[in-house]
Design a protein around this ligand. Structure first.
Ligand SMILES: Nc1ncnc2c1ncn2[C@@H]1O[C@H](COP(=O)(O)OP(=O)(O)O)[C@@H](O)[C@H]1O
Ligand SMILES: [Mg+2]
Ligand SMILES: [Zn+2]
Length: 399
């Protein structure tokens, strides 16, 4: 990401998203937002700075270690930078929601988190400051909470599918309730820090923190195999841990006071962008899955001095842009080799290469970044081809 001009390091685990990198982040965000909204969850935005009082109430001020960055304001009041928002959301809901009639509620935000990680590494993969989508569900009872949890699980499937990533939901150690009430969504990649075991004949999979390597599939399909993955999402059934500690109560059907049952659901937005690269690259650089690519098409005029090349390049650039595609044109006066290498490095899925020799025959080249295949076609054909490859069919069918 550094080489490709996607990010710049500011301090350990703290990065600036450059224009190209930010476009990828926004793509992930949009998919996440879309699928969250489809479940009926509502977006809000909580502050990053959180007062210690709420953390004292939940009991985590003393328990959360050095990852919690604490500081004082000018009046000596203690605060922290939010690594997660259970306290704030519980405080909000206890003030606003009084009756079971107002539940279920799922609220989410896409926001900057800070965790003073002991070993920040691999760029956006394990940052100290990073972007997370965090959602919180509130239900009147366990049964209803399970429905919210399953709804989030299905949304996570759709999110990572729409990102174009190969992933696996795995059973995870929940630490709170146990059982199968915590699942991690792993993007499969050789470089992943997490290890998981998976069955080859069914969809059973678990984090090795929960199920030992060399175990058998509980559904009787023989031994589980080990894979490496990157945790991009995590869904948790929390129960009443926070609502009880912070005395959030609602009236149930019988007028009795009960604590709402909570769930929390995280997606590492910036980590997902990095994980996409770990899964999709070659020696030359990034190979973006189309849904996350900063641009969909890159137009490369081989020689800027040629008027014919520039006119055709601008024409193709303009036509594709007007059709609603996201197009980048490399109009720098660089040598062809530099342009080709940079194009492969930043990994935009389709390249249209316009050179003088081909132009003489009325042709341009369409190169697919993923397999390097090049097609020589006319300028009209290239528009049609790219349109089919990039634009969704006019009536998208939802699964
Ligand atoms: N240091 C980090 N840098 C980038 N993303 C992170 C980081 N820590 C967590 N995430 C992302 O946020 C999601 C939710 O985090 P969570 O499960 O609460 O943290 P953890 O797995 O570290 O206990 C994770 O699945 C991951 O995608
Ligand atoms: Mg986790
Ligand atoms: Zn199995």
């Amino acid at each position: 990401m550094l080489r490709a001009g996607m990010i710049r390091k500011v301090a350990a685990g703290i990065y600036t998203y450059l224009p190209l990198g930010l476009r990828v982040i926004r793509k992930v965000e949009q998919i996440v937002r879309d699928e969250m909204n489809r479940t009926g969850a509502q977006e809000l935005l909580m502050p990053m700075v959180q007062p210690s009082e709420l953390w004292l109430e939940s009991g985590r001020w003393g328990k959360y270690g050095k990852e919690l960055l604490r500081f004082k304001d000018r009046g000596e009041r203690e605060f922290c930078l939010g690594p997660t928002h259970e306290e704030l959301i519980t405080d909000l809901v206890r003030a606003e929601v009084k009756s079971y009639r107002h539940l279920p509620q799922i609220l989410y935000q896409i926001q900057t988190k800070f965790r003073d990680e002991i070993r920040p590494r691999f760029g956006l993969m394990r940052g100290r400051e990073f972007l997370m989508k965090d959602a919180y569900s509130f239900d009147r009872d366990e049964e209803s909470a399970r429905i919210s949890y399953d709804k989030m699980g299905r949304a996570y499937h759709r999110i990572f599918e729409r990102c174009g990533l190969e992933f696996k939901p795995v059973e995870a150690e929940s630490g709170v309730i146990g059982g199968s009430f915590s699942q991690e969504f792993m993007v499969l990649a050789e470089t992943g820090e997490d290890r998981l075991v998976a069955c080859h004949s069914c969809d059973y999979a678990a984090n090795v923190e929960k199920v030992k390597e060399g175990s058998s599939c509980p559904r009787g399909h023989g031994l589980l195999t080990t894979h490496r993955g990157i945790e991009v999402g995590h869904i948790f059934m929390l129960g009443t841990k926070y609502s009880e500690a912070m005395k959030a109560v609602i009236q149930d059907q019988n007028g009795k006071e009960v604590c709402p049952v909570m769930g929390c659901y995280g997606i590492g937005v910036s980590r997902t962008a990095a994980a996409a690269i770990e899964q999709n690259h070659d020696k030359k650089g990034i190979i973006w899955p189309l849904p996350l690519a900063p641009y969909q098409v890159q137009v490369i005029p081989v020689n800027n001095q040629s008027e014919r090349v520039m006119i055709t390049s601008e024409l193709i650039y303009g036509t594709l842009s007007n059709l609603g595609m996201e197009v980048l044109i490399d109009d720098r006066s660089e040598r062809p080799g530099v342009k080709f290498n940079d194009a492969d490095l930043i990994g935009i899925p389709y390249q249209i290469i316009i050179g003088e020799k081909n132009m003489a025959e009325g042709l341009v080249e369409l190169k697919e970044r993923r397999n390097g295949k090049i097609k020589k076609v006319t300028t009209d054909e290239v528009i049609d081809l790219v349109k089919k490859l990039v634009l969704p069919p006019s009536k998208p069918t939802e699964s």
